[in-house]
Design a protein around this ligand. Structure first.
Ligand code: 6LW
Length: 503
């Protein structure tokens, strides 16, 4: 009996490239985080449905290179596995340290500094045979040297996990049915078969999952006659881009697959504001092959209000419940924030949201109809932003003289300046459904930026088209992130809350 309901997105907000692991009755899941820290969240569940964020692999400077790495690089595609009492996360610090192996004895605890391997590729997977040999299987997209960007297909070699060095020349494995970008390989030993499951077709609308089997972890591989076993390409399915899957035996002894997918919006379903999120579906086995159910949407998990109230913060002491869900760009929130009496304070570094490393702290957008409102003291220049990357963001910024509303889209910046109210209670950004006729239906949503004055009156100062803050337009691997930033002076955050937009 398949678990029901299966909330989808399972983990809302950009959480792409999910890898899932079962140890006893516990389940763990890790996702990509690119330029954000803390990096590589570890979620925990006992039922595959309800997940709690328990830790991050990268919580310290140096675990990922980040500085000098292009936005969208760094933490790509973890695989989380367990062997002989040790937890492993294999991952690529793309255009940074390369393919790394992190370990931990307790997934909720501290992870290692990351062992550098001599793998040139992405999407590393680990599996062990009965003799204890560890195989690393990866997508042979060359990330270094003169042949950067050349794709060698799915590659595999035995690896020494104490040195990170390959024990043999990588061999080429089955690389799918001819789709572009064979990647995200996972090797499993299930029953009498070894299975090699990959993604192919690219992580956009052509994405898919294909699988092959063999009597050996090294092959030769026989492709599934029904490949691709999962795809949404060319369909009206509510979840598109499905691919990059990982298999797990559920608590009911039925099989499941987690994978990335996109909730697309607009008349032609062309825009995805949250980017690639984690989804789940059920899997049955027929004649030794997986039959994967289409991914259904059930937004139970993505409609929670969130409030972080920092009024009780003591000087120099982060609140115990300081949410792990805050992320910062290239540095951890604890590196950019200072606990002061009654709030958490950002200090300007002269960099604004057009820069790759501003003083910023934020949360992923998880729901379409969301409104983030921030109560903060701005002593200088700072505000609230909805960010995709440093070239794509909408800001409402408080200055000593006025309020600036800004849309930065690549080489274009549109700004308007507005009088500040006598007493500014809060600033907000909210996403609402488009209104009007045919032309309005084209876009995903509208983004409204405004303030609330001391007597609770709201003013919307600008409305921007949300399609430009989407994975498709920004060609970004991440998703929208609401965040507070400070360019000059200081911004003391008293309260950060997310509720349903009230349009
Ligand atoms: C990930 C790979 C991919 O390593 O994008 O488009 C990378 N496919 O599977 C980052 O998500």
């Amino acid at each position: 009996m398949t678990i029901s309901p299966m909330p989808n997105p399972l983990i809302p907000g950009f959480n792409p490239d999910p890898s899932v692991l079962r140890v006893g009755d516990d389940f763990y899941l890790a996702t990509s985080t690119f330029e954000y820290l803390p990096g590589v969240p570890i979620y925990h569940s006992r039922d595959l449905i309800n997940w709690t964020l328990i830790s991050h692999v990268a919580t310290r400077p140096g675990q990922f290179q980040l500085d000098g790495v292009p936005t969208g690089g760094s933490a790509w595609a973890p695989t989380i596995r367990h062997h002989d009492g040790l937890f492993y996360v294999a991952i690529t610090d793309a255009m940074g340290r390369g393919t790394l192996i992190f370990t931990a004895t307790d997934p909720a605890g501290e992870w290692s500094d990351g062992l550098v391997t001599n793998v040139d590729g992405i999407d590393p997977d680990l599996v062990w045979d009965e003799q204890g040999n560890c195989y690393i299987t990866f997508s042979g997209l060359l990330m270094t040297g003169p042949e950067f960007g050349k794709h060698l297909g799915i590659q595999q070699a035995r690896i020494d996990l104490t040195t990170g060095q390959l024990l043999e020349e990588p061999r080429s494995l089955w690389s799918g049915t001819g789709g572009m970008f064979p990647e995200a390989p996972h090797v499993y030993h299930i029953g009498d078969w070894w299975y090699l499951m990959i993604a192919e077709g690219g992580t956009e609308r052509g994405h898919s999952v294909s699988i092959a089997r063999s009597k050996s972890p090294e092959g030769p591989w026989e492709g599934c006659p029904a490949n691709p076993v999962l795809t949404a390409r060319g369909t009206a399915r509510p979840i598109q881009n499905t691919g990059h899957g990982d298999l797990v035996l559920g608590p009911d002894n039925e099989w499941y697959m987690v994978m990335l997918g996109m909730r697309t919006r607009g008349m032609t379903r062309a825009f995805s504001s949250h980017g690639r999120e984690t989804f789940i579906t059920s899997v049955n086995w027929v004649d030794g092959w997986p039959v994967v159910a289409p991914v259904e949407v059930d937004e139970t998990n993505s409609h929670f209000d969130f409030t972080a109230d920092f009024h009780k913060v003591k000087e120099g002491k982060f609140p115990a419940d300081f949410s792990k869900e805050f992320i910062s760009i290239r540095r951890t929130p604890a590196q950019v924030l200072t606990p002061v009496a009654g709030g958490l304070q950002l200090t300007g570094n002269g960099l604004g949201m057009d820069d790759p490393a501003p003083a910023f702290v934020g949360r992923r957008q998880r729901r379409f109809d969301s409104r983030v409102e921030v109560v903060a003291e701005v002593e200088g220049i700072g505000g609230l932003t909805l960010r995709y990357d440093e070239q794509s963001h909408y800001d409402i910024e408080v200055t000593p003289y006025d309020i600036v509303v800004r849309a930065r889209l690549y080489e274009m910046t549109k700004e308007s300046r507005h009088a500040k109210p006598e007493k500014l209670k809060s600033i907000f950004i909210q996403c609402v459904d488009p209104k009007g006729g045919w032309e309005a239906m084209a876009t995903s949503d509208l983004v409204q930026l405004g303030f609330v004055n001391e007597i609770g009156e709201s003013a919307i100062l600008a409305t921007f088209d949300g399609r430009y803050l989407s994975a498709e337009v920004t060609t970004s691997f991440t998703g929208r992130v609401y965040g507070v930033y400070c360019t000059q002076g200081s911004v003391t955050i008293r309260k950060f809350s997310e509720t349903t937009s009230n349009d």
